[in-house]
Ligand binder design. Structure first.
Ligand SMILES: C[S@@+](CC[C@H](N)C(=O)[O-])C[C@H]1O[C@@H](n2cnc3c(N)ncnc32)[C@H](O)[C@@H]1O
Length: 345
């Protein structure tokens, strides 16, 4: 029998595909972050000179960037003008994933080697991009999930308190959907808070939405003149779990329900199933959840399992009034879980 030894070049091409996709992911992030994507959507097509002028970019570098993107079929060049390809246009819906995973966490992934060392502390991340990107993703998954849980609250929802609100997208979307809602958003990242202020002003909702730059626990320990009837913690409890441990989470949730015994709390968390090979074989788990799980181990966040949260809520006498996952049209893994909780009852 003749053994066919693959050419080294074939093995090289196969083994360097991750480098191609690494560069591509970073470049798609820059396409969004520089404003190039939006200008190409707005203008339809533009020359390098026009794009460079409009966005104050270096023409030579921009030309290289666009030619690279052309080779990746993100843009099309015709008669000296560039436009988005159908594949490029398609990316528009997924901007949030790039903002969070690349803008927020690319620096984290590059620190993994150093931070694997014992006693090396935590890797950094760009918290503003994490908050903004997360809200961009939530627009498709957690915001509709929250809305569905809100519809289960008897008597409806009137005064929202969103702790860890990122760029305030939940607040704006709910105020647009429900004309009676007042909202207060709390966000510790200064950049995320500034983005929230901008978004609320953009929609002219300053008369209905208040914003505070603070971590959730400090905000709750302070004095505030507001009686929320529901609180949203969208992907925030595992941040508090990482920062303040289980005792911190218990103290925090107890503080909320002691102060507002009737309050409904909506908690969105991701079930940590990194150890479940069947689940991790799912396309979305490979593309998103596996890297997502990874970054939590390095950034002082503690993702937990569904069972862990079920037990913790039961111990705190928080009744699960509803538990739902994301619409399967968007995410069929059931890894993102929404809880509607109320004390006792
Ligand atoms: C993954 S993002 C979630 C943003 C948004 N809630 C959503 O559902 O898309 C986590 C947010 O929690 C914020 N955060 C981190 N630690 C926090 C704390 N101790 N209290 C309140 N928010 C916190 C981060 O700054 C970030 O905006």
């Amino acid at each position: 029998m003749v053994m066919v030894v693959p050419k080294l070049e074939d093995r090289l091409i196969e083994s360097t595909q991750p480098i191609r996709y690494f560069t591509l992911a970073v470049s798609i992030y820059h396409l969004f972050d520089t404003g190039l994507f939006d200008v190409l959507v707005e203008t339809g097509s533009a020359s390098v000179g026009e794009l460079a002028n409009r966005l104050e970019l270096d023409e030579e570098k921009l030309e290289g960037f666009l030619k690279y993107a052309k080779n990746e079929q993100i843009v099309i060049e015709e008669n000296g003008r560039f436009r988005l390809s159908p594949k490029g246009v398609e990316l528009g819906d997924f901007r949030g994933w790039y903002t969070m995973m690349i803008g927020g966490y690319a620096e984290t992934f590059l620190q993994v080697g150093g931070k694997l060392k014992a006693n090396s502390g935590w890797a950094s991340r760009d918290s503003m991009k994490v908050g903004v990107g997360s809200c961009g993703i939530s627009h498709y998954d957690a915001i509709p999930l929250t809305q569905s849980l809100m519809s289960r609250i008897p008597g409806g929802c009137h005064r929202l308190l969103d702790l860890g609100c990122g760029n305030g997208l939940y607040l704006v979307e709910f105020c647009k959907l429900y004309p009676d809602i007042q909202a207060w958003g709390v966000e510790p990242s200064e950049g995320g808070y500034a983005e929230a202020v901008k978004l609320v002003e953009e929609y002219g909702l300053q008369n209905r939405i208040r914003l505070t730059c603070s971590p959730a626990i400090e905000f709750f320990e302070g004095d505030f003149d507001y009686e929320p009837d529901f609180i949203v913690l969208g992907f925030v409890l595992h941040e508090i779990l990482g920062q303040d441990g289980e005792e911190g989470v218990i103290r925090f949730l107890t503080q909320i329900t002691d102060r507002f015994p009737e309050i409904h709390i909506i908690i969105i968390e991701v079930d940590n199933r990194i150890d479940d090979p069947d689940m991790m074989n799912h396309g979305l788990a490979k593309a998103y959840y596996n890297p997502y799980y990874l970054l939590h181990y390095f950034t002082r966040q503690r993702l937990e399992t569904e069972k862990y949260w079920d037990n913790l809520f039961a111990r705190l006498n928080l009744t699960v009034k509803a538990k739902e996952t994301v619409n399967h049209h968007v995410d069929s893994t059931d890894l993102t879980i929404g809880y509607l909780l109320q004390r006792g009852k």
